[in-house]
Write a protein that binds this ligand. Structure first.
Ligand SMILES: *[C@@H]1O[C@H](CO)[C@@H](O)[C@H](O)[C@H]1NC(C)=O
Length: 140
């Protein structure tokens, strides 16, 4: 009797661990954009809020959240792309949202993606010659 209960308990633990892992991360797409990086929507247009590491992104409409996305941080991983071997294996980056993709001065390599990574952020996880990649991303 107690053996069965223990088995059920550990089984439930494993299932909830899997569930938590998959429920936190979203799957989407990322394009890229290059300079000039001029703030148009976030931080009262104060470019000093941009991370000096250049690891930032503009939010797609799906995560823009009426401007609440400004300053949010995401971990981003490349999962696949149209061309094979585009993703840099095992690389995860952390980026800060600094703009809205729809109104960025420098235009994205593709419209309608989940987010638009700065070229510095993009090339840390993928071959920079790709116009977009499939990503897994998670707010931190
Ligand atoms: C990046 O992609 C281009 C075009 O597919 C290819 O010619 C180039 O070799 C790739 N670079 C690397 C470092 O894999």
């Amino acid at each position: 009797m107690s053996k069965v209960r223990l088995l059920n308990f550990s089984h439930g633990l494993i299932l909830s661990t899997l569930f938590i892992h998959y429920s936190l991360a979203d799957v989407g797409t990322a394009a890229q954009y290059g300079p000039p990086f001029l703030p148009t929507t976030c931080f009262g247009r104060d470019a000093s809020q941009f991370p000096s590491s250049n690891m930032f992104a503009a939010a797609g409409e799906g995560i823009w959240d009426n401007g609440a996305a400004c300053g949010r941080q995401y971990q981003v991983r490349c999962i696949s792309a149209a061309a094979p071997r585009t993703c840099v294996p095992g690389q995860t980056i952390q980026i800060k949202i600094v703009d809205r993709a729809q109104s960025s001065v420098s235009r994205p390599s593709l419209g309608g993606t989940s987010m638009v990574l700065s070229v510095t952020a993009f090339q840390a996880i993928a071959n920079v010659s790709a116009s977009f990649i499939n990503i897994e991303f998670q707010q931190v």
